[in-house]
Design a protein around this ligand. Sequence first.
Ligand SMILES: C[S@@+](CC[C@H](N)C(=O)[O-])C[C@H]1O[C@@H](n2cnc3c(N)ncnc32)[C@H](O)[C@@H]1O
Length: 258
Amino acid sequence: MEPSIYKYPDVFRRAHLESPGEIPAEVVFLQQVWSRHRKPSTRRILDIACGDSPHGRLLAGDGFEVVGIDRSPTMIAAGRQRANENLRFYRRPIEKFSLPERPFDAAIFMSETFPVLVDNADLLTHLKSVGRALKRGGLYCVDIDRQDPLPRVAQRTMWRERTARAAGIALDIREYHRPIAWHSPLHSIYELECTINFPAAAVTTRDLIPVRYTTPSLLELAALASGMFKMVAAYCDLSFTKPLDRCRYRWMGVLRRV
Ligand SMILES: C[S@@+](CC[C@H](N)C(=O)[O-])C[C@H]1O[C@@H](n2cnc3c(N)ncnc32)[C@H](O)[C@@H]1O
């Protein structure tokens, strides 16, 4: 089986078309959300599906105490290498987990990964796990891509092909859409194939990423159904004033632990 792109932490960021400055801007916005929606100061943060926790690293540098969870040992090892004493990691699945930690003031789920929670049961156990890790009144900020309707495909279909470079190494990236059943809650199944042209030998990674259609109203419903959260706001494109109708890229749901 081909390896996952998450075995190569420096490469995945380039392959995902992340633009420079994106993560610092998100970290500033998160801090504004916390001051706006929570009276006590917010200092202890849980980073869900943290990868190497680029958000956690910036927050830890500002004196926040951050704990990240992720299932990938490689991403966690990369995060530990760059972390200061304010950033710690646990290997955990996001679907259902517990941590030997005092309750957190806030949790974050960044970089548009929330829609991989496809099954209703996983969505609810996820929210219950996060809820149990938070103080009452704690905030859970979830960052989600805006999705536009896609034509359904009857077979695996090439979407885009491009090249990029990461740490001086050429990447050949191909993205595909996969068929989905009419009754599936999925918006799409995104397949990412990346050939990393290492000087010794090229490696091809392959990841299949299910994307559930997660709209603000679905997140609001899931929050209520979990019995743990209430949705208090939905912001788009890192703005407090832009209406959802004008959202171009992403939106952020803000849930409060009840
Ligand atoms: C797109 S990366 C985002 C990482 C990080 N939040 C960032 O902004 O760079 C997605 C991460 O989610 C993790 N992940 C995906 N599904 C997961 C699951 N079911 N349980 C735990 N981690 C998961 C992957 O290992 C990967 O590190």
